[in-house]
Design a protein around this ligand. Structure first.
Ligand code: SDX
Length: 435
């Protein structure tokens, strides 16, 4: 990807020596400018220091743009609100992979390709049997997605653009099948095969909640809500799991291994595991009268409790995805016709937190995970499947970012450095001389 070098530079002077260097400033099409420090070490012998990358651009990308101050999320220039309202998850998959929304013919071909990749190699089912029935489905997904490297050798040559595209299609198509298999295995029901006459979200619902003993028909409203949930989780710039996929891919690892690494990273409760943690937190709070007690715990630095589903590294305003999910929550609960006490509790928790100085001062607003668990619970998924669904949807973002990185001619293996704080050189002490 070409650098957009501006005429601007930044001067850095080391006070003790008076040494000054000029660093170029690069401009993207929008968003913060960047200081190009690629020559810093060669020119000064010094590194930059940014352990959790709060001020670091790790790559160029054209896929997703976020503005955390005003709550903007766009894919290929299209606002997430518009995509959630007017698009479908597979259409967004095409956009993320190719940078443009498909025309009718392209969409027809893409949907056919994905549909006819939804079955998995029949041997893959025996991998599930190696797990305990009560294994967390995220542990299963890390295993089976990584194992795809052993089943789909003909799409692991990352230097071949055709193989990169087939691997991308296989991952997008097979994640719902493997996710549904993880659920079926955990509840002791037979695996359901995908159906070629069903749309993506409908097919996933059918493989998850259908049984061979009778026909299963997904509620169109719920299938639409699930498709929208997948759109909202599809990609999100250089988040922790996407950065993992990029770093793994920079070594030349095959795409299936890279996506398995992304799934492992997403599992953390500070990241994609938060949707499960939100439901567990709401169940722990239990009633509105206990909200103040838990808000105080969230503020207490000595208490590890955090208000799960609140806060975000980038969004210092409302996460635009949370707004769409909040509305979808109402739609799904109305469709399934249940009064979900957890939704009432979540709404009250949100109202009180957004008036609390601690949260307002730190710009801690509900994020994408705050509402997603409530919808998924209402649809019938157990909390252990929430992050699996996040991984299912995010697979297209991971593989699109991986593909963009592999196709960047300037791409090299990622190799951060460190600020060393260990011992300086010292002599070896034989065992009998040690205290
Ligand atoms: C996702 O990066 C992405 O894009 C991720 C994601 C994606 O689509 O890929 O958007 C998906 O991961 C959403 C985030 C889901 N995680 C949670 O809901 C877990 C709860 N949230 C926190 O753990 C936290 O807010 C993070 C991890 C999301 C962000 O952490 P940061 O940016 O490192 O913020 P911080 O820890 O520096 O917090 C700043 C202050 C601190 O207080 P002070 O030291 O300034 O006094 O805010 C406090 C924190 O203690 N704080 C919280 C809090 N989140 C931050 N206090 C209570 N509850 C919280 N949730």
């Amino acid at each position: 990807m070409s650098d957009t070098k501006s005429s601007d530079t930044v001067s850095v002077t080391v006070n003790s020596t008076g040494e000054t260097i000029e660093l170029p400033i690069l401009d993207g099409t929008e968003g913060p400018r960047v200081i190009d420090v690629r020559q810093l070490y060669a020119q000064t012998g010094m590194f930059t220091y940014d352990p959790s990358y709060t001020s670091t651009a790790s790559c160029d990308s054209s896929i997703t743009y976020i503005d955390g101050e005003v709550g903007i999320l766009r894919h290929g220039g299209y606002a997430i609100e518009d995509l959630a309202e007017h698009s479908s998850f597979l259409e967004v998959c095409y956009l993320l992979l190719h940078g443009e929304l498909p025309n009718a013919s392209q969409m027809g071909d893409f949907e056919h390709t994905i549909t006819y990749h939804t079955m998995v190699h029949d041997q893959l089912q025996f991998l599930y049997r190696g797990f305990r029935r009560d294994a967390h489905p995220m542990a299963v997904m890390i295993g089976v997605v990584g194992a795809m490297s052993a089943f789909y050798h003909d799409s692991t040559d990352i230097s071949d653009p055709d193989q990169r595209l087939i691997a991308s299609h296989r991952l997008i198509a097979k994640m719902p099948t493997m996710a549904a298999m993880a659920y079926k295995y955990s509840v002791g029901q037979p695996f359901m095969y995908p159906r070629n006459d069903m749309k993506y979200a409908e097919n996933f619902l059918h493989m998850t909640f259908g049984v061979p003993a009778e026909d299963y028909e997904a509620s169109p409203a719920i299938a639409r809500a699930l498709d929208r949930i997948f759109i909202l989780h599809a990609d999100h710039e250089q988040n922790a799991s996407t950065s993992t996929v990029r770093l793994a891919g920079s070594s030349g690892a095959n795409p299936f291994a890279c996506i398995a690494a992304g799934i492992a990273t997403l599992w953390g409760p500070a990241h994609g595991g938060a949707n499960q943690a939100v439901l567990e937190m709401l169940e722990q709070i239990g009633s509105k009268d206990r909200i103040p007690e838990f808000l105080e715990r969230a503020k207490d630095k000595d208490d590890p409790f955090r208000l799960m589903g609140f806060g975000h590294r980038v969004y210092k305003n409302y996460d635009p995805r949370a707004g769409v999910l909040k509305q979808s929550t109402y739609d799904v609960l109305e469709e399934v016709g249940i009064e979900n006490p957890l939704l009432e509790l979540a709404m009250e928790l949100e109202r009180i937190a957004l008036e609390d100085e601690y949260f307002v001062e730190r710009k801690l607003f509900p994020n994408v995970d705050f509402y997603s668990g409530i919808i998924l619970s209402a649809i019938g998924f157990p909390t252990s499947m929430f992050t699996v669904l996040f991984a299912l949807a995010r697979t297209v973002g991971w593989i699109a970012q991986w593909k963009e990185m592999i196709e960047d001619p300037g791409q090299r293996i990622g190799r951060p450095r460190q600020l060393y704080k260990g011992y300086v050189e010292r002599d070896f002490v034989p065992m009998d001389k040690r205290s």
